[in-house]
Design a protein around this ligand. Structure first.
Ligand SMILES: Cc1cc2nc3c(=O)[nH]c(=O)nc-3n(C[C@H](O)[C@H](O)[C@H](O)COP(=O)(O)O)c2cc1C
Length: 219
């Protein structure tokens, strides 16, 4: 494990890096570690409602520029460009959930039934996620942001810059990825994207509210 100073140094190093050095590539093993940080991320009930699409094709990146206003500087310059897809079929009664419980979590019958009941109650009553398909999608999308954050931090710990990207027209970007055969629209939606690479410009000063305003302690 590493010390707090190194951890905070990485958090201070990380910033939304908008222009990257097109000549510098992240070594394969380091990018693999960034993806692994995403894969190991926690998710609600552990269902991993995500898929990581690494977009290296320059022609596709150019097409994305037309629909992703927030990635104008990074799409052409990032060493690696990531789209995080989110599952739409995260209802308690969908085959993905059952398949996950059986094949990935490898739950025995009794444990599986208990988990299914808890998950149904969670979706129906605790968080009322079933009233609108958008609620369910947004809940699943929240999980993808945990993976996103972990990947940004893992990158920073290795001295790799990044920029999260929500600046895209969802409908048009999904249509483009679907046209390219990269997103099956019945089951998947585009949650968020991120660029990874190396800065060319100095990092701007951080603007954050003071800790006293951000945190309250209850003793
Ligand atoms: C979910 C999310 C989406 C973002 N989308 C974009 C984007 O599309 N383009 C961009 O340049 N910055 C984007 N940002 C960067 C934020 O503007 C930036 O993180 C914020 O201003 C704080 O600055 P810092 O990250 O440099 O500390 C996004 C950040 C987050 C967390």
């Amino acid at each position: 494990m590493i010390g707090k100073d190194e951890i905070l140094a990485a958090f201070r190093f990380r910033h939304a890096c908008k222009q990257m050095d097109p000549e510098r590539e992240i070594p394969d093993d380091e990018f693999a570690a960034i993806l692994e940080a995403g894969r190991l991320s926690p998710s609600s009930f552990g269902y991993e409602p995500w898929h990581f699409l690494v977009i290296q094709n320059p022609v596709l990146r150019e097409k994305l520029k037309a629909v992703a206003w927030g990635a104008q500087g990074t799409l052409p310059t990032a060493s690696h460009f990531l789209a995080i897809l989110v599952r739409k079929d995260m209802r308690f009664d969908q085959p993905y959930v059952d398949g996950y419980n059986r094949s990935v979590a490898k739950l025995a019958d009794e444990a599986r039934a208990g988990r299914e009941a808890r998950f149904r109650n969670f979706q129906e009553h605790d968080h009322r996620l079933l009233a609108d398909s958008r609620y369910l999608l947004d809940w699943a999308g929240k999980q993808t942001y945990i993976a996103l954050a972990n990947m940004l931090t893992a990158a920073a710990l290795m001295g790799v810059d990044s920029c999260p990207v929500e600046g895209f027209h969802r409908e048009k970007t999904e249509a483009l990825l679907a046209e390219e055969g990269l997103l099956e629209r019945e089951t998947w939606s585009l949650s968020v994207m991120a660029a990874f690479g190396y800065r060319v410009n100095p990092q701007p000063a951080k603007t954050r509210r003071p800790m006293t305003e951000v945190v309250s302690w209850v003793r």
